[in-house]
Design a protein around this ligand. Structure first.
Ligand code: AMP
Ligand code: MG
Length: 516
């Protein structure tokens, strides 16, 4: 019979292959761990027995009290640029990788505890996590997953029933995070900063095997003509471009895009001070400490490229033994990131406007026109701080000739009408292109738009309210309700109007906090 102690078929490649990249470690003792949230759908994906684990036994495992057979708990070493300044040693200061599972689809996934106590990388921190941020990360990850955006996810949230000292005393919790890996740009930086090129190479080979196996055969290994490390930089850049474009498409602001918070797998990681934009403003920042707007909405693609440049620096000795040549090659690829990102951005924005078909077969002029159509739309939204999410849903109704909802979102109708006419014309051209009889079908366009433009996102005022009741009132009901709504963000349901509505005008401005 299985029990929680042998319910995991761990296969720990990081522990096995990367000796010297981590510190084996143990979780801090917790007397009364209690399961608060368990993600049954994710457990199933991972081949885990949800019935067995959603209870006291799971609470013991997912607070680090019971290490199941095959687990090799360890704290990973990494460095990172934080708000532009380099810290040579960060590392898992409050997290433990307990092991890796190969899921039902054959994908390797990390299981990591976050908030499980201090480690050799804690730098004076307590290694703990308060309940509020744990629930926040749980909710945000699940919401992003439901939106179809690559992300780490939460498997469990366990209350420690102990207090954590922050400004005051807060209830503590441990999050179990599932990621396709926890290798960050900062992991490369850790070894590069110490001049350990052999370790950088070992890590690059590991990342290629785990995430970019198509590169494993690009030329003779480690010999002349082997450009796999340059290609690794390109591939990581491509996934990052796609990821950030998809953030932009839903108004997501990560908030702390430090190089230690950029996973080389291309998943969104580390939901700290992140939030979704309400009224459209490209300068939006939520983080309490980001005074310069370094990680503002519109800056995210620029920062992604900046982070890639930091990654490129670590790979230079592997790209070419001639440093000047290596810099040239890397720079050329970094410059290409801009075009690649623009392509990804235009593709997702076209979809949002119901323009999935390229009428022009990719001709330059149509790309320019569509780019202009999109940026003019955003300018309209910006001029009146129109709700980002509601605007796209309302626009879909214009496809079937109903401008009434969209009109309610704007004061100045003139600019809006002119833009809508252009969009209707552009849509008709596209539809004429796909239906040979020249008929246009606005209904299909509306459906296509509603399939990519969410009606429900984690709105700041709703998230804050749900967390407040959960933490102060120890009541998870409204949190679970919100979680349920967000699990199906594209299907409008009766009775859920409050979840779709923009924040009330008197809602306090959202401020999110780092270092939680
Ligand atoms: P984050 O802001 O969560 O991305 O964390 C940045 C760095 O600070 C990482 O090295 C974390 O492990 C570390 N850190 C954050 N909070 C704590 C904490 N309470 N105790 C120890 N280390 C922490
Ligand atoms: Mg982090």
């Amino acid at each position: 019979m299985t029990d929680a102690g042998n319910a995991f078929a761990f296969d720990n490649s990081y522990a096995r292959e990367l000796d010297g990249f981590y510190a084996p470690w143990k979780a801090a003792p917790v007397a009364h761990p209690e399961m608060l949230l368990f993600n049954h759908a994710l457990a199933q994906e991972l081949g885990l027995d949800g019935q067995l684990l959603d209870g006291p036994d799971g609470a013991a495992v997912f607070s680090g009290q019971l290490m199941p057979e095959g687990a090799q708990p360890l704290a990973q070493a990494y460095a990172g640029h934080q708000f532009g300044g380099f810290s040579p040693q960060l590392g898992d200061g409050r997290a433990l990788l307990i092991g890796e599972l190969v899921d039902q689809q054959g994908h390797r996934r990390d299981l990591q505890l976050k908030g499980s106590g201090p480690t050799p990388f804690s730098r004076g921190g307590d290694g703990k996590a308060p309940l509020g941020p744990v629930l926040r990360e749980y909710l945000m990850g699940e919401a992003m997953h439901a939106l179809g955006i690559p992300t780490t996810r939460a498997l469990a949230a366990v209350a420690t029933n102990e207090s954590v000292r922050r400004d005051g005393m807060l209830p503590g919790a441990v999050l179990t995070r599932v990621a396709s890996s926890h290798v960050r740009v900062g992991t490369f930086q850790f070894f590069a900063a110490r001049g350990e090129t052999d370790k950088v190479q070992q890590l690059a080979d590991y990342v290629i095997a785990r995430h970019y196996s198509e590169l494993a055969d690009s030329g003779p290994a480690h010999g002349a003509g082997d450009d796999r490390y340059l290609q690794l930089l390109v591939s990581i850049g491509q996934r990052q471009a796609e990821l950030v474009a998809r953030w932009m498409a839903v108004g997501f602001i990560h908030g702390v895009m430090n190089t230690d918070n950029m996973a080389v797998s291309g998943e969104t990681i580390d939901y700290g001070p992140c939030a979704f934009m309400d009224g459209y403003d490209p300068r939006t920042v939520f983080s309490s400490i980001d005074h310069q707007g370094r990680y503002a909405y519109a800056n995210q693609p620029v920062i992604a490229q900046w982070n890639l440049a930091r990654l490129a620096e670590t790979l230079l000795p592997l790209i070419d033994t001639d440093e000047k040549r290596a810099v040239e090659l890397a720079t050329e690829q970094l410059n290409r990131f801009v075009d690649h990102y623009q392509g990804c951005w235009l593709a997702v924005m076209r979809n949002k406007l119901g323009l999935s078909v390229q009428t022009d077969s990719g001709s330059e002029s149509q790309n320019v026109d569509d780019g202009k159509l999109v940026s003019d739309w955003f300018q309209l939204l910006e001029s009146e701080a129109v709700d980002f999410t509601a605007a796209f849903r309302a626009l879909a109704q214009v496809a079937v000739g109903d401008r009434s909802v969209l009109n309610t979102l704007f004061q100045d109708r003139q600019g809006l009408d002119a833009w809508c006419d252009r969009w209707v014309e552009r849509s008709a051209a596209e539809l004429a292109d796909v239906s040979p009889d020249g008929s246009s079908d606005g209904g299909l366009q509306m459906e296509a738009m509603n399939a990519v433009n969410p009606v429900y996102i984690p709105r700041n005022h709703l998230v804050e309210a749900a967390l407040d009741v959960a933490v102060s009132g120890s009541d998870l009901e409204s949190f679970n309700e919100l979680l349920g709504v967000l699990s199906d963000p594209f299907t409008e349901r009766d009775g859920l109007e409050a979840y779709a509505a923009p924040a009330p005008a008197n809602a306090p401005p959202c401020v999110t906090f780092c270092g939680t």
